[in-house]
Design a protein around this ligand. Structure first.
Ligand SMILES: *Cc1c(COP(=O)(O)O)cnc(C)c1O
Ligand SMILES: [Zn+2]
Length: 440
């Protein structure tokens, strides 16, 4: 294999571990690991040649390179052989010009990256394909791994369950009882994952799964596992590719465990180093006010950080008080002139509903990003001609319960500025015509 990558320690203690070792933290200092690539080898090919190669592969049928993650395999995970790649053609999600919403807000160049249009309905697929592929490689190399487990606020478990089912590796998912949407709960069940509902929150599930992974020859799929970040970082590569290799001015992304914002930054930095882009966008990370430890740290200029007990929020996938990727995220935000903003339940629900009225169908986490966007525009941190990308993290169809409750006005602490009601009528033409006259 020409291209090389390994786990390095993010505390900078120079330890290195192979990607096929079962390891989540540095053995010498306990720090988190990150995948490090042999950049000198990658730089042998010019930026222009990388762009050509990626464009040649993009969304074609040559397995596995038509996947937008594996189309960038050399930059993502060269340690997996092509036969062991477990791909459902993730990535390549649409990036569209939100013209009407932008006009309402006073910005001309607003785009939504619909990561919810992935195989299981969220961006988690981009990282999970890499992790499950690596495990398949390890199993085929003879390692004793009984299955893969994760704790989840919903979308990670759906993704793990699907990729494992696709390739025939057992999966175990731990979910906080009554804290995920109906769709998120039924997805792993339908895919045949051993689904365990624990009477605790996400952070509580996390403690249990870490113990399980220590004792049971079970591989841990949580985002402290930096293989997932390698796949997720293709979000930035894909955005740039979709703009003919031009970086945007601002990217807004919701954050909970903060793996995704870290991945976003890592993707841009790698492209910069390879000569694919020559400017960095500003990165905005948006948090729910009820789960805002990063926002609080931002207010101290990132001098201080304290984990918190996250409160219940409609943005359930980011209800996390002790984010595992906090240090990675702070590093990224410092390098990208970052801003952290927060949104109340009222702001989240109404931002999502307002955007839906311009043709979107937003998950509540995208609502967090949109609410932050509205504030930044109002404050003048984003100007009229900035090219702004909002990362939509999941498909709204996974959050039907949230949508129904909003439009039936049954959410707490929300003012329902945009609730819509169906009109019930007798099957009578005149009655219908009268309503049409009133409404159109
Ligand atoms: C996981 C998830 C997030 C948060 O991503 P982090 O990497 O935990 O910050 C946001 N939105 C959705 C829909 C998610 O599933
Ligand atoms: Zn270390």
């Amino acid at each position: 294999m020409k291209y090389k990558a390994w786990f390095g320690c993010i505390s900078g203690c120079n330890e290195r571990y192979p990607l096929n070792e079962v390891i989540y933290r540095c053995k010498s200092c306990g720090g988190l690991l990150e995948v490090v690539h042999d950049m000198d080898q990658l730089k042998v090919r010019s930026g222009a040649a990388w762009m050509r190669l990626f464009d040649d592969r993009y969304q074609r049928t040559d397995y596995p390179f038509g996947s937008s993650v594996w189309g960038k395999k050399e930059l993502v995970c060269p340690a997996v052989s092509d036969e062991n790649v477990v791909s459902m053609y993730e990535g390549g999600s649409n990036l569209f010009w939100a013209e009407r919403l932008g006009q309402e807000l006073g910005v001309n160049d607003l785009w939504i990256k619909q990561c919810g249009n992935n195989p299981t309905g969220s961006f988690k697929d981009l990282g999970m394909t890499v992790l499950v592929s690596m495990v398949k490689q390890m199993i085929s190399d003879g390692q004793d791994i009984r299955g893969i487990a994760c704790a989840s606020t919903g979308d990670t478990s759906a993704s793990l369950a699907a990729y494992c089912a696709y390739t025939g590796i057992p999966s175990v998912v731990f979910l906080p009882k009554d804290k995920v949407s109906v769709a998120q709960l039924i997805q792993p069940i339908a895919n045949g994952a051993l689904t365990i509902s624990l009477d605790t929150d996400f952070d509580g599930c996390m403690e249990i799964v870490q113990e399980v992974a220590k004792e049971e020859h079970i591989y841990l799929a949580n985002s402290m596992n930096s293989l997932r970040i390698e796949g997720q970082k293709t979000i930035s590569m894909e955005i740039v590719q979709q703009f003919d290799w031009e970086a945007p001015d601002v990217v807004v992304i919701p954050g909970g465990n903060l793996g995704n914002v870290s991945a976003l930054g890592k993707g841009f930095l790698m492209m910069e180093e390879l000569g694919i882009i020559n400017k960095r966008p500003r990165i905005v990370c948006a948090q729910a006010e009820r789960a805002n430890p990063l926002y609080k740290s931002y207010l101290t200029g990132f001098e201080e950080f304290e984990s918190i007990q996250a409160q219940q929020t409609i943005a359930s996938a980011i209800q996390i008080g002790n984010p595992v990727s906090i240090n990675r995220a702070i590093r990224v935000l410092k390098a990208f002139d970052g801003i952290v903003e927060q949104a109340t339940e009222d702001e989240i629900a109404n931002a999502a509903a307002r955007a839906d009225l311009t043709g979107l169908y937003n998950c509540p986490h995208t609502g967090v990003a949109l609410a932050a966007l509205f504030k930044l525009i109002q404050r003048g941190d984003i100007s009229r001609d900035d090219r702004v990308i909002v990362i939509s993290t999941a498909n709204g169809l996974k959050f039907t319960d949230f949508k129904v409750k909003y439009h039936e006005e049954r959410l707490e602490d929300v003012s329902f500025k945009h609730a819509q009601k169906p009109v019930e009528l007798p099957p009578d033409y005149d009655a219908v015509a009268k309503v049409l006259d009133q409404r159109l």
